[in-house]
Design a binder for this molecule. Structure first.
Ligand SMILES: NC(=O)c1ccc[n+]([C@@H]2O[C@H](COP(=O)([O-])OP(=O)(O)OC[C@H]3O[C@@H](n4cnc5c(N)ncnc54)[C@H](OP(=O)(O)O)[C@@H]3O)[C@@H](O)[C@H]2O)c1
Length: 312
């Protein structure tokens, strides 16, 4: 069935892939940017490009009402350098401040706009790379809570994620917890640090992470829209892995020397607590539910193949 789909944040690295895949499957797409200069880019992808400020209730209400979609997808984040400036791993709270607002206020504006014109289905971006509850096993399902990151600089981000998840599940929509996204236009700052050997392996590097390629994240999102999926789904690849495995492999793929290894106390000073937590205590995620319930098939079932083909 052909659907009218509204992609808030359609100009982003993931948004663009999603718009292209939706258009390729015959859907009519309205996609947003905050910049009038990017409307042509969205038109080139086959969507109707519109300017919208996700933090302005009036702007969201008018833009959604004009598009009259069957479904809304929330991909608005402001983590890129253009929106958040130079990344500093020690001050993740600053980098995510605007994104946290898009995940709280922005979500509420979209849900209100959806309700006002009778859109019954909303799909949103959440996060599942290393942030599973730090108790028990290394690989978490949708039944396991995310870690609230109490008392750390990541707490506000975790609280914003919790808001978006609770609000959208309550509204009968789908929450897609994407793993660490990789592919063209993503993780460039991380790769740059790895090339400069300024992204060390911390402690024993036993903390787990999950990854997902942009195209796979987009294809799972298309399935969630088309199937009007409800509830929470981990959108990650088949191979959650310890930092001690993926980081040296990633360094090799991008032509960098093997990462240095630093003790946790030093990493806490240089890179901040969040990096230490990720590499020493992080928990990865299982994609069994998304495969089983959405029929999701991955182009890159493992980051091993994906890093080699996409980042080398
Ligand atoms: N998503 C994550 O959780 C995450 C986590 C860590 C690192 N990263 C990395 O960060 C980089 C990309 O940054 P990103 O995730 O922020 O995605 P992005 O590619 O910059 O896309 C964000 C989207 O949100 C839109 N947007 C930003 N502010 C908005 C606002 N006030 N109202 C409405 N829409 C707004 C952007 O529109 P414009 O056209 O106006 O820009 C864009 O369409 C990648 O390297 C990614 O791997 C992402």
């Amino acid at each position: 069935m052909i659907m009218r789909v509204f992609v808030a944040g359609g100009s982003g690295v993931l948004g663009q892939r999603l718009v292209s895949q939706l258009v390729a499957r015959g859907h009519q797409v309205t996609a947003t940017t905050t910049s009038a200069a990017k409307v042509w880019l969205l038109a080139k992808l086959g969507a109707e490009g519109v300017v919208m400020d996700g933090l302005d209730a009036m702007s969201v209400g008018e833009t959604v009402a004009t598009a009259r979609p069957d479904a809304i997808v929330h991909q608005m984040t402001a983590i890129s350098m253009a929106h958040a400036g130079e990344p500093d791993t020690r001050r993740i709270d600053r980098r995510f401040a605007q994104t946290n607002r898009l995940r709280t206020e922005g979500t509420d504006h979209l849900l209100s706009a959806a309700e006002a014109i009778g859109v019954s289905h909303v799909v949103v971006q959440s996060h599942a790379s290393w942030n599973g509850i730090r108790q028990g096993g290394w690989v978490k399902t949708e039944e396991d809570p995310l870690d609230p990151e109490e008392g750390t600089v990541a707490h506000a981000e975790a609280a914003a994620i919790r808001h978006v998840e609770e609000a959208v599940v309550e509204a009968g929509g789908a929450v897609l917890r994407y793993g660490g996204l990789y592919g063209p236009g993503t993780a460039d700052d991380q790769v740059e640090l790895i090339r400069k050997r300024r992204f060390p392996l911390v402690g024993g590097g036993i903390g787990y992470s999950s990854w997902v390629h942009l195209d796979d994240a987009a294809s799972a999102t298309v399935l969630a829209v088309e199937q009007q999926a409800r509830g929470v789904f981990n959108i990650v690849d088949d191979e959650p892995a310890a930092a001690g495995e993926w980081l040296p492999y990633l360094a090799k793929c991008v032509g960098a020397k093997r990462p240095k290894r630093v003790p946790t106390w030093l990493a806490r000073l240089l890179a901040g607590q969040v990096t230490v937590t990720m590499m020493t205590e992080g928990r990865g995620f299982s994609n069994a539910k998304a495969k089983r319930e959405l029929g999701w098939q991955l182009r890159y079932p493992s980051w091993r193949q994906g890093f080699k083909e996409e980042l080398a």
